[in-house]
Design a protein around this ligand. Structure first.
Ligand code: NDP
Length: 311
């Protein structure tokens, strides 16, 4: 077991919340350590075009935006390690964080672990994972050039994923359980005007078809009860997210619905010196810009907490 020197602040997660906290902490001379998690840069690295992050009038590619945030944090001295936290003890003093056999000790912690894609959890999903069942069109859409694919969901992600896939595939179905989208108007319009996209309203997937590889879906119309088979080469989920908070479940209060961190005054967890920011807390706004804002708030709160405790 290797034990590292006690830190003032460790930030867990490397999305907009984590990196913003790191930029502020590094500029505040706290020498923060960022433990990035397995998805370096977080969910935006699987986003295609980010058009609503202020400061980029022409839009910005998600991965490039995250590399810029990382560089900005490093420029001021944040230490960034591509490691995934496996265990924590927030009741200890100093607090302890493990990455397998390495033990880190720290006075304060900011949790910014984000969220991940929700899936349908139908039988054989794991078997077909990556073999026609996917969550990220940017990552895997290329394999379906000239093919027929489906996207499940009715939010902005479904609009974005289907638009991206329509540039590659011959035909894109959107399968949505309601008869209207919740996506923003501008994204809905783009989707509905795209001739390659057909929407199957009031529909849900009830089974996957295909042996080694997905080759179709069984679909049920929720209103009429009618069932049909849809021949497709791939399906992409765009049905929301679950917070990455399992490792904290015995240490801080999580909500009993999906496990989002319960925070008071936006960034304070129930444990003194442990703060939280971004999509692991926020199931309402879930934007890169709000996550960045929460990251800033969490760092200011952590800095003040350290000062108050003369650390
Ligand atoms: P949302 O939560 O907004 O939408 C999820 C969609 O999936 C909903 O239409 C929901 O249906 C459907 N759904 C949820 N569970 C199931 C299920 N079990 N079976 C079938 N359908 C299901 O998630 P998004 O990922 O789309 O967006 C998250 C946030 O990120 C939003 O705030 C969005 O605006 C933002 N975003 C912005 C983008 C951009 O601006 N470039 C791109 C992508 C996301 P129902 O409507 O019936 O509840």
């Amino acid at each position: 077991m290797e034990i590292k020197n006690v830190r003032k602040l460790i930030i867990i997660g490397s999305g907009p919340a984590g990196y913003t906290a790191a930029i502020y902490a590094a500029r505040g001379n706290l020498n923060p350590l960022v433990l990035t998690g397995s998805e370096l840069g977080g969910q935006l690295t699987t986003t295609i075009e980010v058009e609503n992050f202020p400061g980029f009038p022409e839009g910005m590619k998600g991965p490039a935006l995250m590399i810029n945030m990382q560089k900005q944090a490093e420029r001021f001295g944040a230490e960034i390690k591509f490691e995934t936290v496996t265990k924590v003890d927030f009741n200890a003093s100093p607090k302890k964080i493990w990455v397998n056999d390495i033990e880190y000790q720290t006075q304060a912690v900011i949790i910014a672990t984000g969220a991940r894609s929700r899936t349908l959890e139908l039988p054989r999903e794991k078997e077909l994972w990556g073999r026609g069942v996917h969550t990220c069109a940017t990552c895997d859409g290329f394999f379906y050039k000239g093919k027929t694919v489906a996207v499940i969901g009715g939010g902005d992600s479904a609009m974005e994923e289907s638009g991206f896939l329509a540039n590659l595939a011959d035909k894109v179905y959107i399968i949505h359980r309601k008869e209207s989208f919740r996506a923003s108007k501008i994204m809905q319009e783009r989707t509905l005007n795209n001739k390659k996209i057909e929407v199957l309203w009031n529909s849900e997937v009830t089974a996957y078809r295909g042996e080694q590889k997905l080759n179709g879906l069984k679909i049920k119309n929720i209103k009429t009860g009618e069932e049909k088979e849809l021949a497709i080469d791939a399906v992409f989920f765009a049905i929301g997210h679950l917070p990455n908070t399992e490792v904290f479940k015995n240490e801080i209060t999580l909500d009993d619905k999906a496990g989002f961190i319960v925070a008071k005054d936006t960034v304070y967890t129930n444990v003194a010196g442990v703060f939280a920011a971004g999509d692991c807390v926020d199931f309402t706004y879930r934007q890169a810009i709000t996550a960045a804002g929460f990251g800033c708030m969490a760092e200011i709160a952590a800095e003040r907490w350290l000062q108050t405790h003369n650390i």
